[in-house]
Structures are given as C-alpha cells and as structure tokens.
Ligand binder design. Structure first.
Ligand SMILES: Nc1ncnc2c1ncn2[C@@H]1O[C@H](COP(=O)(O)OP(=O)(O)O)[C@@H](O)[C@H]1O
Ligand SMILES: [Mg+2]
Length: 223
C-alpha cells in the first residue's frame, strides 16, 4: 500500500526500546485492536525481542483481559451472555493497576491478573512485574473514549492499533471459540452477535492510536 512501511518484530521492538530509553520511569506501550487481531501474539513477540536484545527480563505483558469480571460476578449482574463487551470488564481496576505500575519503582513486585482461556476466568497475579522497565498492555478497549475507559489512554506512553481484515478475525474467533469448548453453531453465534459488534466499536477508536499496524508477510506494516 502507498505510504506504508514494512517492519519486522525486531524493528518494532527496537522502536519501543529507543522510546523507553529516553523516558524516565516505566514505559507503558498499549496495543489495541479488535478481538482476534493478534494483539496478544504481537505483545508477546515484542516482549521476547526486547528481552532477547537486552539479555534480561526488561519487559512483560499486562493483558487487559486479566480484568474480565469473574463468571460469578457476570452471572450475578445478569450479563454473563455479554461477556467480552466493555461493561464486562473492571475498567477502573485496570486503570488503577496501570497507575500502580507507573508509580512503583522497578524492583518492588506488582502482581497483574491474566486470563485463562481454558477455565474462562481471570487469574489473580498471573504475572508479576518487578525489575521490568517496559510494560506492554494489550486489549480491545484501551482507546475507548467513554467514561469508564477514557482514563486508560493518558496512562500510555505510546499506543498502537493492530488492524486486521474482518474475514480473518471471523475465522480466528470461530476457531478460538471451538477450541474453548463451544459447538460450531454456538461459536458462530458468539462471533456474529458479540465479537463482531465489539469489533465495530473498537474500530471506531483507531484514530486515537499513535501508530496503526497491519500484518504483512512475516512482519507488520505501519500505515
Ligand atoms: N501475525 C499472525 N499471523 C498469523 N496468525 C496470527 C498472527 N497473530 C495472531 N495470530 C493468530 O490469531 C489468533 C488470535 O490471536 P491473538 O493474539 O490471540 O489475538 P487477540 O489477542 O488480538 O485477540 C491466534 O490463533 C493466533 O495464533
Ligand atoms: Mg488477546
């Protein structure tokens, strides 16, 4: 595509390293994008490149997915069937822990929840930040501009948006739901009635990113 630059994972990681070096305190990179875009995969890839280049664990991933409300909480609120929509996450808790990561001197442990796709529940303290100076936080709703989520963006030193064609998302999410235990019919219904609606919402936040990436060949393209 005209005006776009192809870049490797290593080059993207080097960009993050340069920015982080000129920054005082912990550097927070956010990766937003629709469900199934490949955010978690990209975040892990950048983390691994950073740690490899540094020869030490300087970076780790802080998934927004760790702030999924528990199934018991969703059931009590009568919104279990809407799991994955913005109001099924603890957005305030997410913002508060991003702040804590910023305000805590590296070396002091900060536990961060992850999300387990086998048991479909958040896992408290699934990852623990200590000496890490780079945090890669990733999820659907980082750039949402509504009362619950708008406080996320100011916590990010840089925000990327990972874009992906709709048919690819559909295919990936179908596979993910079937792998997660749904029948093909239930998976199709979840994609149509939930994931794709969330994707449309997330797509409206793309303009709030500093950088828009798309997968291209073995690397990514910066638009
Ligand atoms: N760059 C990529 N190339 C091919 N497949 C990918 C790529 N990134 C992610 N995937 C696949 O797409 C699916 C969704 O990726 P994931 O990182 O979990 O997305 P997200 O975190 O945005 O929901 C996974 O099955 C993953 O293996
Ligand atoms: Mg993910």
């Amino acid at each position: 595509m005209r005006g776009s630059v192809e870049t490797s994972l290593a080059e993207l990681a080097a960009r993050v390293r340069r920015r982080a070096e000129g920054h005082s305190g912990r550097f927070l990179l956010g990766i937003a994008g629709p469900p199934g875009a490949g955010k978690s995969t990209l975040a892990r890839g950048i983390r691994d490149e950073l740690n490899l280049a540094a020869g030490a664990a300087i970076a780790d991933v802080a998934p927004m997915d760790g702030f999924h409300l528990t199934n018991a909480q969703l059931r009590a609120a009568g919104i279990l069937d809407r799991k994955g929509e913005p109001e099924t996450f603890d957005a305030a808790g997410y913002v508060a822990l991003l702040r804590t990561l910023r305000d805590t001197t590296p070396g002091a442990p900060v536990p961060w929840p992850t999300y387990d796709r086998d048991i479909h529940e958040p896992v408290p303290g699934g990852v623990v930040f200590d000496h890490h100076t780079i945090v890669i936080t990733e999820g659907n709703y980082l750039l949402l501009d509504d009362p619950a989520w708008a406080a996320v963006r100011p916590q990010l030193d840089e925000a990327w948006y990972l874009d992906v064609p709709r048919p690819i998302i559909e295919q990936r999410l179908l596979r993910r739901h079937i792998r997660g235990g749904r029948t093909p019919e239930a998976a199709r219904s979840k994609v149509t009635h939930s994931d794709l609606r969330n994707a449309v919402l997330v797509e409206s936040t793309r303009t709030r990113a500093d950088l828009v990436l798309r997968k291209a060949g073995r690397g990514y393209r910066i638009d």
